[in-house]
Design a protein around this ligand. Structure first.
Ligand SMILES: Nc1nc2c(c(=O)[nH]1)N(C=O)[C@@H](CNc1ccc(C(=O)N[C@@H](CCC(=O)O)C(=O)O)cc1)CN2
Ligand SMILES: Nc1nc2c(ncn2[C@@H]2O[C@H](COP(=O)(O)OP(=O)(O)OP(=O)(O)O)[C@@H](O)[C@H]2O)c(=O)[nH]1
Ligand SMILES: [Mg+2]
Length: 447
């Protein structure tokens, strides 16, 4: 079946130095030749400078033209790229003309989808492209690039091989019981545990992966007037939140994003929690409590000059089971450390006046999250995480029931096949339309 030829801008439609229009499909070159002045014979993968023509032959712009001959292109199909200046009307006109000449506007993610269908990239690599484009920090882009380079695929493929070997041994025994040695369950268990260990490690990296990708929600919590908003401002670096000596200054929560050691942080200033609040303040306190629920870490702030009051204690009891750091603020007003918490490693003294302790607090946040530098693969994708978890669960069941399964090799086969399927789904050897639709619909046009 002949696939239609698709076209889209590969660069955003905003005024810029240079833009790219990408055409992919069987007619890419035929169409491209009608809208660009080229020599009679052109070579593939060579940049040509020339005029970009309108359909009436008039000149739209001058630019570059590159022809990537199938299958040596991003999509694996014939691809033509036209590089005009980054002028919005020019780019739009080129696309319109390509459509008039028989092309069709690409759906979001369709170039990448074709690269996947044509075996140029696997599913994890396609997902990596989306992650790379949307990465907000260098750490996130590095993790995505490793995925794009196929590092996860390599790992998954080597695990698949181990499973396939096991499956073929068992299959041989089922089909030719006379000719092959009986497999002992020890060997199966050993191999499965080896596979499980690798998967465990990947699964364990997901928390870090999602922190790197999505950021960390940090809520500043405490009773009124302890200096939450002052701390918030000190951390974001400007007077974002209103500070005053009046209790109940912050009514609604306030959110700002910042980076600590290249990790995106969503910092929340909340209303001081107290019981004797009036109506509007009460609404704010309700919101604070809701934000506490959603936060990854709580910065529990007390006023060092007043010590640990009964009111503090009440709030502390509500948050102490969540990951938290105790911030003893207004440290400039005290001369000796408070001896209120027996022995917690998670106490930091800060002052929003002298800025003492702010750096330590930031370091403590990173330490508490356990984000250390590693070169190991990091799972940044929920789909991968879910499938890996399912694979682990199945392996555990098999190991648990190995005595039964070794006597019932057909069932054992099916179980191992199921583990294998989870891994195949990750790289995209087995997929449903739904999964693919879901993945590629998240792309932007032109990708
Ligand atoms: N101009 C331009 N820049 C781009 C892209 C693009 O499509 N066009 N990309 C789009 O995402 C990324 C690069 N991805 C690409 C991947 C493969 C091939 C390619 O031509 N592959 C051939 C030849 C490989 C080779 O010579 O080693 C192949 O795989 O056969 C091109 C771009 C980022 N930069
Ligand atoms: N000396 C000193 N004063 C501080 C410090 N941090 C805050 N303050 C003062 O404490 C008062 C209350 O500060 P805020 O930051 O508004 O307190 P809050 O916890 O946000 O209060 P609510 O929004 O009412 O819950 C203000 O007068 C601040 O100037 C500090 O580290 N040292
Ligand atoms: Mg406040």
């Amino acid at each position: 079946m002949k696939k239609d030829t698709i076209v889209a801008n590969a660069t955003p439609l905003i005024p810029s130095a240079v833009g790219i229009v990408r055409i992919s499909g069987e007619d890419a070159l035929k169409i491209g030749k009608q809208i660009f002045t080229l020599p009679q014979e052109i070579q593939e993968r060579k940049a040509y400078f020339g005029k970009i023509l309108d359909l009436d032959g008039s000149v739209l712009d001058e630019g570059l033209f590159i022809y990537f001959k199938a299958p040596k292109s991003f999509t694996g199909e014939d691809v033509v790229e036209i590089y005009p200046h980054g002028s919005v009307p020019v780019i739009k006109k080129i696309i319109e003309n390509v459509i008039t000449l028989g092309g069709r506007l690409a759906n979001p993610g369709e170039f990448t989808y074709r690269a996947f269908l044509n075996g140029k990239i696997d599913l994890t690599q396609a997902e990596a492209i989306a992650d790379l484009i949307s990465a907000k920090t260098e750490k996130a882009s590095k993790a995505a690039v490793r995925l794009l380079e196929g590092k996860l695929s390599e790992k998954i493929n080597s695990l698949r091989e181990t499973l396939l070997n096991l499956i073929s041994l068992i299959e041989a025994e089922i089909n030719f019981p006379e000719d092959v040695e009986e497999i002992d369950s020890q060997l199966i268990v050993e191999n499965l545990l080896k596979v499980k260990k690798s998967i465990d490690k990947l699964v364990g990296s997901y928390k870090k992966g999602s922190l790197i990708k999505e950021g960390i929600k940090l809520a500043i919590v405490g009773r009124p007037n302890v200096g939450k908003s002052s701390l918030f401002n000190a951390m974001v670096g400007y007077e974002r939140s209103i500070v005053s000596s009046y209790q109940g200054t912050t009514r609604d929560f306030i959110e700002e994003t910042l980076k600590i050691k290249d990790i995106p942080i969503i910092l929340l200033d909340t209303a001081g929690i107290r019981e004797t609040a009036e109506y509007v303040e009460k609404l704010g306190i309700e919101r604070s409590k809701q934000k506490i629920e959603e936060a990854d870490i709580i910065l529990f702030v007390i006023d060092g000059s007043q010590g640990f009051t009964d009111e503090d204690k009440k709030i502390y009891d509500e948050i102490k089971n969540k990951i938290h750091i105790i911030v003893i603020n207004k440290a400039d007003l005290i001369t000796k450390p408070l001896d209120i918490f027996e022995k917690s490693d998670n106490i930091i003294y800060t002052s929003s006046v002298t800025f003492q302790g702010i750096k330590d607090l930031e370091e403590k946040i990173i330490e508490i999250l356990g984000i250390t530098e590693t070169e190991d693969e990091i799972i940044i994708n929920l789909r991968h995480y879910t499938l890996l978890k399912q694979a682990i669960e199945k392996i555990e069941k098999v190991v648990e029931n190995i005595d039964f399964l070794i006597e019932n090799k057909e069932i054992l086969m099916l179980d191992l096949q199921e583990v294998l399927n989870y891994l195949e789904e990750i790289v995209g050897h087995i997929t449903t339309e739904d999964v693919l639709g879901n993945i590629f619909s998240k792309f932007c046009i032109g990708k």
